[in-house]
Write a protein that binds this ligand. Structure first.
Ligand code: AP5
Ligand code: MG
Ligand code: ZN
Length: 221
């Protein structure tokens, strides 16, 4: 199963990706997480990515494409993969198609998580993440058991540096301009599935699971 998770910042891609990867036993590949890990490890890639991320801009395609392709060549991707946050514009989508085609593969489905703009801002500004194990929380909808402490590993939670309002507004703008056209791109290929992301985390997951298992192709709108 080769799946792409599409959706605006804060739609719940990362939250759902963890569940999908576990359920279908496929690796979860998040370009944002790869950049953030590099930043923590203080690599050149991390430093370069941070310059773009903090401004809410996309990291250049040449850099991002190479990282994804290196990752997709790894042994564990033979059984499939789940891409979260990639592709993010038409050139990246074309590059991914070409890469898969050259290997006799294609995407199984593109899951498009749809959430209203107002809710997105609430979700992002209320998000807290664990800098050690990567777990994601929300101060209102999914708070940790102890204030500001990760349930899974006990580390102190932080706010992502691109989650300040100014960066969020830019990220939403970049999404509208660069990423939204992918909805059309994949609809034309007949592999896009729209999922209503305004429901609870578990309900959204159930809908995605059904879509991936082929029970139904639910087109909201
Ligand atoms: P990336 O890390 O991909 O960020 P994003 O796309 O902006 O998406 P987010 O991670 O903010 O949101 P999400 O959809 O994962 O939501 P989450 O599950 O956390 O990219 C960051 C940056 O890296 C980019 O701006 C760019 O600079 C760079 N980059 C990455 N990929 C790139 C690429 N391909 N090309 C170039 N540059 C790239 O959920 C959000 C919150 O909501 C959480 O608090 C969660 O608990 C809560 N929540 C989730 N679901 C629900 C629900 N159903 N109900 C209530 N609350 C919910
Ligand atoms: Mg994410
Ligand atoms: Zn943790």
């Amino acid at each position: 199963m080769r799946v792409v998770l599409l959706g605006p910042p804060g739609a719940g891609k990362g939250t759902q990706a963890l569940k999908i990867a576990k359920e279908f036993d496929i690796p979860h590949i998040s370009t944002g997480d790869i950049f953030r890990q590099n930043l923590r490890d203080n690599t050149e890639l991390g430093k370069l990515a941070k310059e773009y991320m903090d401004k809410g801009l996309l990291v250049p395609d040449e850099v991002t494409n190479r990282i994804v392709e290196d990752r997709l060549e790894k042994e564990d991707c033979k059984k499939g993969f789940l891409l979260d946050g990639y592709p993010r514009n038409i050139p990246q989508a074309e590059e991914l198609d070409k890469f898969l085609e050259e290997r006799g593969h294609s995407l199984t489905a593109v899951i498009n998580i749809q959430v209203e703009r107002e809710a997105l801002i609430d979700r992002i500004t209320g998000r807290r993440v664990c800098p050690v194990c990567g777990a994601t929380y929300h101060i209102k909808t999914s708070p940790p058991k102890v204030d500001n402490v990760c349930d899974k590993c006990g580390s102190e939670l932080i706010q992502r540096s691109d989650d300040k309002l100014e960066s969020v507004v830019k990220r939403l703008e970049v999404y509208e301009k660069e990423t939204k056209p992918l909805i059309d791109y994949y609809t034309k290929k007949g592999i896009l599935v729209n999922i209503d992301g305004n429901k609870s985390i578990d309900e959204v997951f159930e809908d995605i699971k059904k879509a991936l298992l082929g029970d139904r192709r639910n087109d909201i709108h």
